[in-house]
Design a protein around this ligand. Structure first.
Ligand SMILES: [Zn+2]
Length: 101
């Protein structure tokens, strides 16, 4: 499992790029070209909250723990919104964020 730079992260506008910073230093640079400042700003905002999003997802799955023992009633439906399928997708994105997938 990989460890990312601990949050919080913040966005700084720096000329022709936006930057993501932590209190330990620069995390990422996002050049404004070719997407432009509006799209890059939105991307930077999303990236900057990634540590908080990951923690919230881990808190959520930790809150529910391993207690989900139900079975999806619509296993053929993509993006099913039942609790079982949401949990599977949440676990998968956490694994991806942590470099386990
Ligand atoms: Zn389901």
């Amino acid at each position: 499992m990989s460890e990312c730079t601990p949050g919080p992260w913040m966005v700084k506008h720096a000329g022709m790029q936006d930057e993501i910073w932590s209190d330990r230093g620069l995390v990422a640079e996002l050049p404004l070209f070719p997407y432009g400042s509006v799209v890059v700003g939105a991307n930077a905002g999303l990236i900057a909250v990634a540590p908080e999003l990951l923690k919230a997802l881990k808190d959520e799955t930790g809150f529910y723990g391993q207690s989900i023992s139900a079975v999806c009633q619509k296993p053929d439906q993509p993006n099913c919104m039942c609790r079982v399928c949401i949990r599977e997708r949440t676990d998968a994105v956490i694994a991806k964020a942590e470099g386990r997938q």
